[in-house]
Design a protein around this ligand. Sequence first.
Ligand code: ADP
Ligand code: MG
Length: 641
Amino acid sequence: MPAGSVKLQSIKKLGQENHSYEFSDEEPAGSYMTMTTSKDNEKGPGKEEQPAIRVGFFQLFRFSTCNDLLMMVMGSVCAVLHGSAQPLVLLVFGLLTDTFVEYDIELNELRDDRKECVNNTIQWKRNYTAGNSLITKLNQSDWSFMNNSTWEMLTPLKGRSCGLLDIEYEMTNFAYYYVGIGAAVFILGYFQISLWVTAAARQILLIRKLYFSKVMRMEIGWFDCTSIGELNTRMSDDINKINDAIADQVAIFLQRFTTFVGGFCIGFIKGWKLTLVIVSASPLIGIGAGLMALFVAKLTGMELQAYAKAGAVADEVLSSIRTVAAFGGEKKEVKRYDNNLISAQRWGIRKGLVMGFFTGFMWMVIFLCYALAFWYGSSLVLDTEEYTPGTLLQVFFGVLVGAMNLGQASPCLEAFAAGRGAATLIFETIDREPEIDCLSEAGYKLDRVKGDIEFHNVTFYYPSRPEVKILDQLSVAVKSGETTAFVGPSGAGKSTAIQLIQRFYDPKEGMVTLDGHDIRGLNIQWLRSLIGIVEQEPVLFATTVAENIRYGRPGVSMEEIITAAKEANAYNFIMDLPQKFDTLVGEGGGQMSGGQKQRIAIARALVRNPRILLLDMATSALDNESEAVVQEALDKPVARQ
Ligand code: ADP
Ligand code: MG
């Protein structure tokens, strides 16, 4: 392992003047690689598994304030009123139909020459003579001719005085009803949706804030057991799912459900017989809708999986585009991507076929329902005269509209279930108390720090891999003012020991002390403020060089940044950059070389003026000359202590 030995060498150099501790090689080198792969495998199935729903629907609203509650209650009232508008329209519609029919009947009777209108009632003419046969002989086919003459005949009779309905007046009234309902629906619909959406937006903001701040407070071990990609999806997808469940979907559900109840009420009150007949056909619609939902969900899952595979290919290829280009794998990768797309397309087509069939089937059932209802309904109107034509229409459309709205309300139920599922993990995270709380105010702050660090029989294993002991009864004393180096093969536990000093993890047995105090009893923020660290693989933020160094100590002046950069032997190369200290380093420092990154990270640690400086192979990526310069600078803070 030539690369490893170079790194080791540099560590040995650090330890030359003082003590060095040999770590036993418990773990074979390269085991770190194994760890990452096995972790990846762990997150695969974890992502697909939907967590069991452990959040009740009303618990979704646990972060609502009084104002939010008020908004939601008012929104619900609007939704219920909005939902009753459609049954109301049906009532008006039934009345309107009956009025028309009544008018038509009267019209027909008045057209009869043998009848006349006396005191608002139509009765047989007293002076009717059979000889007056001109009009009686007329039959349906002469309607067009009669139509004109009837109107002429009726003109003087028009008006209330004669018993005949003032149809224009009545219809204008109905028009006013509709205008009124229309205006009300406009206002109700507006408030129903806007109130619920506003309340949800406020709650979601709070949930996001709480979630992110809780995640930031979690101990490092928690991050080992949770994949970062998953956290990202939770922040975006899962919180959006909660939003769907507590926003307009609730309002829409309330509205549709009210329409359903109203429609069926009209049906059962106005004509239970016809309602029962129509309802008897509904299982067919239900089965159709259920099967369709089932197939579509399954096929969509397959399709998404295929797309996800294609996406994973694209992801992998794009992130390692240099390797692909170097080995000429472009064509191969395009083919691999295409293959996955084709399978996604196949599932998409199947979904289309299934959806097409069931859509057709359902509409067929609905039209068959029409046929059944009107066939049976007309016999109720004509033969038994139980219903007026208006009632027939009211009952029929009442049940139909009710059923349709029930169907349209079911996607809302799906959204609620998805929201509750998503909330399960989010809320559990929000409720979880971190084992090592980095924002905790508890713990001592020592007045004077000498800087003696000691490991007392420390045994440690990572929470994500409890079966592998990393440190076994380790006892080390790091004296103040000295440089101590840990030396050992890759995977021996050097970085782990450093993380224990930072209190990223707590030892499972034994303790780590600072000046004789168990660090578990110290204030964690304060402890970490003493420490400057250069990690093995330093991570920079996607901002300027100066900002990255300032991250070590917020509010530090430019002079101090420059001094730190000089100490880290970074000043010269920074001044050669196009915008000097204002040069952007790229995502994760990607636009810097490994050595440059390391030197910026060293400057970041030095600018902190730390009491304890932890270097995890801090100069591994530097050439010998730079390393010597940095080494010299690194000894300085030690000398200061
Ligand atoms: P090194 O001495 O090379 O710095 P480390 O301290 O990084 O070694 O790692 C020691 C052992 O701990 C390795 O076998 C590695 O696989 C394992 N390990 C390191 N980090 C983790 C982690 N976050 N979770 C589980 N195991 C880890
Ligand atoms: Mg290491």
